[in-house]
Structures are given as C-alpha cells and as structure tokens.
Design a protein around this ligand. Structure first.
Ligand code: 2NL
Length: 356
C-alpha cells in the first residue's frame, strides 16, 4: 500500500496539465481504479483484516484526492501567472475614436414641418406605402385614362398568374392616407401626412423615391383664405423670416379651385434666398378639396369643405440648407451631408479631437 501511495503522489506531483491529472484520477480512484479494486477485495478479508485495511484504504483515497485537487489549483495558478507575464494593457492609450452619427436632413425637415403644423393644431397621420389603385387614384378623382396612371409614371406590383384583381401601386403621393383618415374619423379633420412616395422618374432633379407632406383641413367653413394664412405662417416659421406667398390658378383632379403656390425669393450668383427679393419660387400645389374626393372619403360635401396641399420635403430641405444636389440625400456620402452642416460635424469628442 505504501508503494501505491508513493507511486500516485509522485505521478500527481509531476503532472504537466489538467488532462494528465484527470487520467491519474481515473487510474487511481476512478470506478475501476487501483484503489477502488483494492477496496473491493475488502469483502474477501476476515473482519479483523478488514478493520485494519478499510480505514487505511479510505485514508489513501482521501490523500490522493487531496493531492489531485491541490495540484489542479497549482496548475491553474501557474497558468494565470504565465498569462499575467505575457499579457499587458496600456491604460494610458487614448480610446478609439467613434464616428458620430447625426440625423438625416430629410428626417430633420420632416420633424421641423411636423412641429410647425402641430402648433397650428394639425395631427400627423400615416398609412401604407403600397396602396390599392382605389386609394391612390380613383378616390382622388384621377380617372383611369389619366397619364399619371400609366406604367411610365407609376410603379405597379405584379399579381400571380390568373389573379385578375387590379395590381397594387407604390403610392405616388400621401393623399391616400388622407382618404383613409376621412373614412376612419370623419370631419372635422386637421392633419398632415408626411412620408415616402414613389414615381418612375430618375434624373438630375427626380429620384424614384422622394418625400412629401400633404395637409388637409376640413370643417364647416374652411376657406382658401385659411389656406393662405396657414401656408404663410408655415413658410415664415420654417425659414425663420417672413415669407410672402403668391397663389396662381392651376388644376388638379382632386381640388377645385386649385392653386400653385410660390414663395418670395431672391436670386444672387445662382444662390436662392427665401423671404427676400422680388422673385418667386414654386413650392407647392393646393386647393379646395373636390366634392367627389370628399364623397370618396365618406364625407358629405354639402356639410363639409376644406383645403388640401402637397409639398415636396426633399425640395424644402435643399432650399433651407442650401443643398444643391439630390445626391446629398441618396448617395449616403457623409462628406456631402457634412458640407451642408449635417453629420455630427464638429462635435468635440472626449479626448479633445473632432469626430470624423
Ligand atoms: C403638388 C400637388 C397637391 C393635394 C396635393 C389633396 C389630397 C386630398 C384631397 C385633395 Cl385627400 N387634395 N392633396 C392637393 C393639391 C395639390 O399636391 O404638386 N404637390 C407638390
């Protein structure tokens, strides 16, 4: 037994790693280990022999287990020491600079517009970007043969083969949201509908997706005069200076009468400035909601009337922030945005540099 003890204590003390230790444990005190086999022999002994050998074997088993545990701890300590010697950390290094994001000008302008109209009692309404042709066209008194409904101008979805229902469209304006709101809440109504709209158009001044905000005010006696006041109030607040507006007679299928609205501006060295000078810039379409459109929204045109208008948000953003090129919005090139005062710019970072 003394041999057994010496053998295992020596092996344990010389073990190089945990795997070797585990092998030794199995070999010595595992179910079929040497010590365990010896313990099994106890049954064949006389009671006297057993009384001597039993405690001795148990003590040996405990001793080997303790030696295994102690060696395991020693190996772990040594491993940690080795790591501490090779791994090091320079806590005086400056932290990594993190690029700072910033709000996109389209989002910012949408928020600005929303806040100004909210002050005048307009709520925000939203709706689907994939619409039925009823909500996008028919309800707005846009007839089937109207050029806006041609494949050339509008994105249509495809139906499965044999499905003869009319295809859905990517909404070409946010007016469908206004029809849906009329149906849902009835009059009176005071809402704006900002959001993405889609037209099959792509050149220097058009992108297939752009942003629009439409407004709708319905009541017993809402007039063109209210429209003019609301728009002047809006443009003055948005551009931070009094802005004159000019109404020109126009035509839309969904309004009667209809007006295109210009804002006062000056041109200098190819730069446009809003709210001064003697030039005019066309910025929106508007009018009194057509009785057929009210009917389509479930509202009695003999009881209610009101105005509607539509403005391009991208255009507003370009005007306000002097952005001459749509690429700034859609190329995701931060250099463009930064150039126009967006993008995080020159916000100091913790270590005194500028965010890049
Ligand atoms: C434009 C034209 C306009 C409307 C949008 C509208 C919506 C309903 C009923 C009547 Cl539900 N009208 N929206 C009205 C006139 C013009 O937008 O050229 N926008 C840039």
């Amino acid at each position: 037994m003394e041999d057994l003890r010496n053998k295992y204590l020596e092996l344990v003390s010389g073990a190089a790693d945990e795997a070797v230790l585990e092998e030794l444990r199995v070999q010595a005190v595992g179910k079929k280990g040497e010590i365990s086999l010896k313990m099994r022999e106890l049954g064949k002994m006389t009671p006297e022999e057993r009384q001597v050998m039993g405690p001795k074997l148990n003590a040996l088993k405990d001793e080997i287990n303790s030696a295994l545990a102690a060696k395991k701890a020693a190996l772990a300590d040594a491993a940690l020491d080795a790591r501490l010697k090779t791994e090091w950390l320079d806590v005086t290094l400056p932290s990594r600079t993190r690029r700072q994001g910033s709000i996109h000008p389209i989002s910012q302008v949408t928020e600005e517009v929303t806040a100004i109209f909210a002050d005048m009692g307009f709520a925000v309404a939203e709706g689907p970007q994939i619409e039925t042709d009823w909500y996008n066209f028919d309800a707005l008194n846009i007839p089937g043969h109207h050029p806006a409904r041609a494949e050339m101008d509008t994105f249509y979805t495809h139906r499965a083969e044999g499905d003869n229902r009319p295809p859905h469209v990517l909404r070409t304006h946010t007016s469908p949201v206004q029809i849906r709101t009329m149906e849902k809440t009835g009059a009176p109504i005071r809402i704006i509908c900002p959001g993405r709209v889609y037209r099959a158009d792509y050149d220097q001044t058009h992108t297939p997706m752009f942003h629009q905000v439409e407004g709708l005010a319905l009541g017993k006696d809402i007039s063109m005069a209210n429209l003019k006041w609301v728009l002047e109030e809006f443009f003055s607040a948005f551009f931070g200076t009094h802005v004159e507006t000019r109404f020109r007679a126009s035509h839309f299928p969904f309004t009667e009468p209809s007006a295109e609205v210009d804002i006062q501006c000056s041109w200098e060295d190819g730069q446009v400035k809003v709210g001064e000078g003697n030039d005019w810039l066309e910025v929106l379409g508007s009018g009194m909601v057509h009785p057929k459109v009210l009917e389509a929204g479930g509202i009695d045109p003999n009881e209610y009337q009101g105005f509607a208008f539509g403005i391009g948000i991208d255009r507003l953003a370009m005007l306000k922030y002097g952005i001459p090129d749509l690429r700034a919005f859609f190329d995701s090139d931060l250099r463009w945005l930064r150039h126009y005062g967006f993008a995080s710019l020159d916000q100091p970072t913790l270590h005194g540099g500028l965010a890049r």
